[in-house]
Ligand binder design. Structure first.
Ligand code: IPM
Ligand code: MN
Length: 345
């Protein structure tokens, strides 16, 4: 019989609230014969204050034994900025080689957007997840003096670029429009920009059905606002991807509905699914957080594990719920109950 062995990291702030709803919907959508086992990990600010520790070797060993990871959010104002982010989140992405950071954007009917009219938005950003300026390859000299020099080297390997570009081509090929846009800055970034462009053009030859396009990242921010319909699949580096996916979320319903997957396509290590939003400490504990982004992340998780029909049921439930949502404000729990009810029935 089938089983899912899930590691759960509720994390900080609203993380535990939204994760509880994600698990509720997961439990409701899975067929009877699928055995769901969950194990919770207490990563985040509390653990850090109690022990001074972030991720330990014992943690990573335990996490490795799971099929996937569901994460709420990590980050707290009581800890200096970056410590928890680097110590847990980025460390997991690097250790488990989550090189495909998948961030879909769909503007669903009935969902408000700051854009004029109701543009067609249905694209997915494939953000590289293990390289670029996120590797910590940098340093500083003459620290604290007026002559301090800080470097933050963007690391781009042919291997790393090719595997994520190839993944993006395959995703584009599988979609009706079959279009892939490379977003970079090759007019300025002479070395990395050219590596990305060369690899992109070379891999394109293997995917003759996919229409290709290149846009500089600054121009891409304009098109995401003025003509988001032009995008189908976007592939880009880690930092550009970080920035444009916040913009993509803002135009397609906001971070309340933006889901993401940190994926290791080889399945050598568990992939990790999380809402794009952070821990939002300002609204934590007030039952105000929208769990939809986490629920949609559960759909990405299910699709990654091969439960396509269940993933689609969750996405349909979210579409239906959003279409009827209107102005009325519901609690985190009420939204979770509504979605769980829809996927079950
Ligand atoms: C994200 C976040 C992280 C990132 C931070 C919290 C390290 O902004 O998942 O997009 O920059 O990747
Ligand atoms: Mn981000």
């Amino acid at each position: 019989s089938r089983s899912i062995n899930l590691a759960v990291i509720p994390g900080d702030g609203i993380g535990p609230e939204v994760v509880a709803q994600g698990l509720k919907v997961l439990g409701a959508v899975l067929p009877q014969d699928v055995k769901l086992e969950t194990k919770e990990f207490d990563f985040g600010a509390k653990r850090y204050h109690a022990t001074g520790e972030t991720l330990t070797d014992a943690d990573t060993d335990a996490l490795k034994r799971h099929d996937a990871i569901l994460l709420g959010a990590i980050g707290d104002p009581s800890v200096p900025s970056g410590v928890l982010e680097r110590g847990f989140l980025l460390k997991l992405r690097f250790l488990f080689d989550h090189h495909v950071n998948l961030r879909p954007s769909r503007l669903l009917p009935g969902v408000p957007t700051p854009l004029a009219g109701q543009p067609e938005i249905d694209f997915v950003v494939v953000r590289e997840g293990t390289e670029g300026p996120y590797t910590g390859n940098g340093g500083t000299i003459r620290k604290g003096t007026p002559h301090e020099v800080a470097t933050e080297v963007s690391v781009n390997t042919a291997f790393g670029v090719e595997r994520v570009v190839r993944d993006a081509f395959a995703r584009a090929q599988a979609r009706p429009r079959k279009k892939l846009t490379l977003v970079h800055k090759n007019n300025v970034l002479a070395y990395a920009g050219h590596l990305w462009t060369d690899v992109f053009n070379r891999v394109a030859e293997e995917f003759p059905e996919v229409t290709t396009d290149y846009i500089h990242v600054d121009a891409a921010t304009i098109y995401l606002v003025t003509d988001p319909a032009r995008f189908d699949v976007i592939v880009t580096d880690n930092l550009f991807g970080d920035i444009i996916t916040d913009l993509a979320a803002a135009v397609s319903g906001g971070i309340g509905v933006a889901a993401s997957g940190n994926i290791n396509p080889s399945r050598e290590f568990p992939s990790m699914f999380e809402p794009v939003h952070g821990s939002a400490p300002d609204i934590a504990g007030q039952a105000k957080a929208d769990p939809t982004a986490t629920v949609l992340s559960v759909a990405l998780l299910l699709r990654h594990l091969g439960y396509d029909a269940e993933a689609a049921r969750i996405e349909d439930a979210v579409s239906a719920d959003l279409a009827e949502r209107g102005e009325n404000s519901r609690t985190t729990d009420e939204i979770g109950d509504a979605l769980a009810g829809r996927v079950a029935g």
